[in-house]
Design a protein around this ligand. Structure first.
Ligand SMILES: C[S@@+](CC[C@H](N)C(=O)[O-])C[C@H]1O[C@@H](n2cnc3c(N)ncnc32)[C@H](O)[C@@H]1O
Length: 285
């Protein structure tokens, strides 16, 4: 059997769980098995696939049919143009979170920001380290304290720090919210769990069966973590510092109100994502 035939058969199967993405997913899995890129794949479509490769491909497709996310199966995910190792200990970084990183970078470029030689950043709930490492790679004056309540997740973040050569500028520590942070920083960034209990049950199995619940579940209204974090900010931010938070659809104004309770005179901006959803809240106390 040639690669093109197995690819088309896999696409038909994957369409049962991922209708829109079936073609792309079948290709990605086959590229993973053949250890090639898209150009390589298309030049090999008429070639015979070995029995070992066909069996491996079949197994990966079966995992996908059980709703395992593609990124866990292939073991990596692109985020902010960087490639991150992922497995089921961490949330798969989402495209909308790239706006969080971009908001932080825009803030760090503001003329009124004076970090001196080094800008100290805390990434709370770092997961795979996607935000922390993207900031360290994109802003060379950044030193990032990346923390997470999940030790399992931190192991993945540390692996990604090694992968991207930023272990000397990204410090990973376990702990609850801002508790591991021993000194004030210029910027606190967080993409904490924000799915409400009602919405959690409605998520696809790819998410609510395979991704860690600790990375998603945010309590009755989804804002449990946000409330706790905002209560802890005072004393952890340097003068002129900022807090950048990712929020769920429809949550931005509630988060602004929570921030106002703590910082009545703060400048607070809401930034929309590419789908015009209010996605990021930036607080400058
Ligand atoms: C939505 S995921 C975000 C992961 C990563 N920052 C990203 O954007 O892809 C939330 C992360 O917050 C962590 N987390 C949940 N509760 C926490 C807490 N109380 N303190 C610190 N981290 C927490 C979870 O373990 C998870 O890794």
């Amino acid at each position: 059997m040639n690669s093109g035939t197995v690819l088309r058969a896999a696409e038909r199967e994957i369409a049962l769980v991922a209708r829109e993405e079936a073609h792309l997913e079948a290709e990605v899995l086959l590229m993973h098995v053949l250890q090639t890129d898209r150009v390589g794949l298309y030049t090999q479509l008429e070639k015979e696939i070995s029995a070992i490769q066909a069996e491996k491909y079949h197994q990966l497709v079966q995992r996908r049919l059980l709703h395992e996310p593609l990124s866990y199966i292939i073991g990596h995910r692109e985020f902010f143009d960087f490639d991150f190792y992922v497995d089921n200990r961490v949330l798969i970084p989402r495209p909308e979170t790239e706006l969080v990183v971009q908001t932080c970078l825009d803030y760090l470029k503001e003329p009124f920001i004076d970090c001196g030689e080094t800008c100290y950043i805390a990434d709370i709930g770092t997961g795979s380290g996607a935000i922390a490492i993207s900031l360290a790679l994109s802003y060379h004056r950044a030193v990032v304290y990346a923390s997470d309540i999940s030790i399992d997740a931190l192991e993945v973040a540390i692996k990604n720090c090694h992968r991207h050569g930023v272990r000397s500028r990204v410090y990973c520590s376990p702990g609850d919210m801002l508790e591991p942070l021993t000194q004030p920083v210029n910027l606190i960034v967080a993409n904490l769990p924000y799915i409400s209990d009602a919405d959690f049950a409605e998520l696809s199995p790819e998410i609510n069966v395979y991704e860690p619940a600790v990375a998603l579940a945010g309590g009755v209204d989804g804002l449990d973590c946000m409330r706790r974090l905002l209560l802890q900010i005072r004393g952890k931010l340097r003068a002129g510092g900022a807090v950048v938070l990712e929020v769920g659809e429809g949550q931005a104004h509630s988060v602004v109100a929570l921030a106002r309770e703590q910082f009545s005179h703060a400048r607070i901006d809401i930034i929309n994502d590419y789908a015009a959803i209010e996605r990021v809240v930036k607080i400058m106390p």
